[in-house]
Design a protein around this ligand. Structure first.
Ligand SMILES: Nc1ncnc2c1ncn2[C@@H]1O[C@H](COP(=O)(O)OP(=O)(O)OP(=O)(O)O)[C@@H](O)[C@H]1O
Ligand SMILES: [Ca+2]
Length: 571
């Protein structure tokens, strides 16, 4: 953030410096108003070196402007004044104030600085550059408001300084309170205005667009005034100037939003893209309202005033460098590099993990349904099961451990960022997954039951070899189906498979172990050796799960959830 505009009354100062005509009194008031009414600090390591300035971005930029453009000497200033009372900046009022006394003088100086239109409302006069106080008539006030609006339209944050000088006795008389306990809030004199530029950081525009493409709607909630907010939102792509909705509730002020009746707020909240001049409560209210409507809400923030909203949101993301401790404590994720673009990374990986879990579940259910049905039918009809305990344990081992590893290591794809987000009430197992897994299980059950009952005849082998054929076919079906599980909806299941070395490795290991089980572990696994022809048959049967997977994905599934449809029908 940087000061890029400086106005003394209605007069723009060149290069944000006070012109030589400006009286030294006014300059001194500025020193006090910037240098003492602040939460930032200046540290000069040794005289002559560039000072180190710390504080919030706004404070930092104001202090460095006062030092470099107005020639403020912080040491000197602190020596000459005693601060009596401080009103800290808060997000509700958007201003901070102090009262101070100069050494050897009884006059109490009151300084306010804050959001320009709010400070302007406290003033009834203004300083001309020569140091003469002039009354602020309606005309002057309107001109000043115009200046503020112009700055805001250029996406500048506008801060005003107000000043008042009182005698200690006056203050006591007027307010009945001790001088300095309460700062005068009206009848002040406007010192000047500055405009601070906080340029849209590189990458933000792209990140906003990526979020929008991913079906995430972005809302900007800021303490800035409505014109600044609108200009910044347009700059970073949150508002689209060609959008016909732009003047139809896309931009609101915090007070307006706060004062809607509940139904009105619920109805309008979706259309809002920018909320300006918002208080911490407005931010919270927005999150609550969106959650009530069933949206999943993520909030990013850095300040203490964002903490309630960060806490309330489903996902709170705070900034690691600029963020306050309170914000970080209230959030779920801390973005270490303070970069909004990281939100897109979070989104992409979140979606990747979610789909990987879905893939694994679909794969697991297929294995389990098939094994269960075959063993049950065989046991019920013939009194013995084709898959022995050791074999089932082996299946579990390769399918749970290795299968999970293979499917969970798929990296995020671009596709993920083109789909709409998963809703709060959407079930983990989508209709498409049911379709895939039912088709695959049915196929496996079908061929394995044929092998169970007709295997001896077809292959001309004894019962032991037949059981090994069933076991081998079953495992190979899972191996091939693991490829199918890589994509839930896309037909090309091999896309990017060569890049996922771990997946290929696991498939390789599974196949090697299976060969060992069948060919060499007769005692342990109750298997019989198979000849080339029988291996070919097993592979041939198993590989059919690929075309089946492809064909099944051509069948459209209803958008509505299966269980909703069933419920509706039965009621
Ligand atoms: N240190 C400050 N002193 C005086 N006024 C300030 C200061 N910081 C901000 N303001 C005023 O308050 C407004 C911002 O208020 P607030 O901090 O509640 O909003 P915010 O959205 O959290 O802003 P930020 O962009 O700083 O995070 C600014 O537009 C500015 O006018
Ligand atoms: Ca903030």
């Amino acid at each position: 953030m940087k000061v890029t505009k400086f106005f003394l009354a209605q007069e723009a100062m060149k290069d944000e410096k006070a012109s030589p005509a400006v009286s030294s009194d006014i300059l001194e008031f500025f020193y006090q108003g910037v240098g003492l009414n602040t939460t930032g600090s200046i540290y000069v390591p040794t005289s002559g070196m560039t000072p180190e300035i710390s504080g919030s971005p706004t404070e930092k930029s104001l202090l460095s402007w006062a030092v470099s453009n107005l020639g403020m000497d912080m040491e000197e200033l602190k020596r000459s004044c005693t601060v009596l009372h401080v009103v800290a900046f808060n997000s509700e009022k958007k201003r901070s104030g102090i009262s101070l006394k100069k050494k050897n003088s009884n006059a109490v100086h009151v300084h306010w600085k804050g959001a320009a239109e709010m400070i302007l409302a406290m003033c009834s006069s203004y300083y001309g550059s020569t140091g003469v106080i002039q009354v602020m008539g309606e005309g002057e006030r309107m001109k000043l408001e115009e200046i503020i609006k112009n700055m805001a339209d250029q996406s500048l944050r506008c801060i005003a300084f107000a000043y008042g000088q009182f005698q200690e006795e006056d203050l006591e008389k007027n307010d009945g309170e001790e001088a300095g306990q309460k700062l005068k809030e009206d009848g002040l004199t406007l010192l000047g205005l500055v405009g601070l530029k906080d340029p849209c950081r590189p990458g933000v525009r792209k990140a906003v667009e990526a979020c929008k493409n991913a079906g995430v709607s972005i809302k900007m909630i800021t303490g800035d005034n409505i014109f600044t907010a609108r200009a910044i939102a347009t700059e970073c792509g949150i508002l689209d100037p060609s959008d016909p909705n732009l003047n139809n509730g896309a931009v609101v002020e915090g007070v307006e939003f706060r004062n809607y009746i509940v139904e009105e707020r619920m109805e309008k909240v979706d259309r809002i893209s920018v909320m300006a001049r918002s208080s911490p409560f407005d931010k919270l209210l927005m999150v609550q309202c969106l959650k009530q409507k069933g949206h999943v809400v993520a909030v990013t923030g850095d300040g203490t005033n964002d903490a309630p909203a960060l806490k309330e949101a489903d996902v709170g993301l705070s900034m690691g460098i600029q963020g306050t401790e309170v914000a970080k404590e209230s959030s779920d994720i801390v973005i270490l590099d303070d970069n909004f673009a990281t939100v897109v990374t979070v989104l992409r990986w979140g979606r990747c993990v979610y789909t990987n879990i879905q893939k694994f579940i679909q794969f697991q259910l297929t294995v389990n349904i098939a094994a269960l049905v075959i063993n049950f039918i065989a046991a019920a009809s013939a009194g013995e099961v084709p898959l022995t305990t050791v074999q089932l344990l082996w299946v579990n081992l390769i399918m749970d451990t290795l299968g999970a590893l293979a499917l969970a290591t798929d990296r995020p794809t671009e596709e993920l960022m083109k789909n709409p987000p998963v809703g709060r009430n959407q079930p983990l197992i989508m209709n498409a997954m049911w379709r895939n897994l039912v088709a695959q299980s049915l196929y496996q059950i079908f061929v394995l039951l044929i092998l169970q009952f007709k295997g001896n005849v077809i292959f001309g082998v004894n019962a032991d070899v037949k059981n090994t054929l069933i076991f081998n076919t079953f495992v190979l079906c899972q191996v091939f189906n693991e490829f199918n599980a890589r994509k839930l909806e896309k037909k090309n299941v091999f896309e990017g498979v060569l890049k996922n070395k771990l997946f290929l490795g696991i498939i390789g290991i599974t196949i090697v172990l299976q060969v060992v089980m069948v060919e060499f572990l007769k005692k342990f696994a109750d298997t019989e050796r198979l000849n080339w022809g029988q291996w070919g048959a097993c592979i041939g049967i198993a590989i059919i799960s690929w075309p089946i997977g492809w064909v099944v994905k051509c069948i459209p599934v209803p958008e509505k959830q299966l269980f909703d449809l069933l419920k509706r029908r039965s009621s």
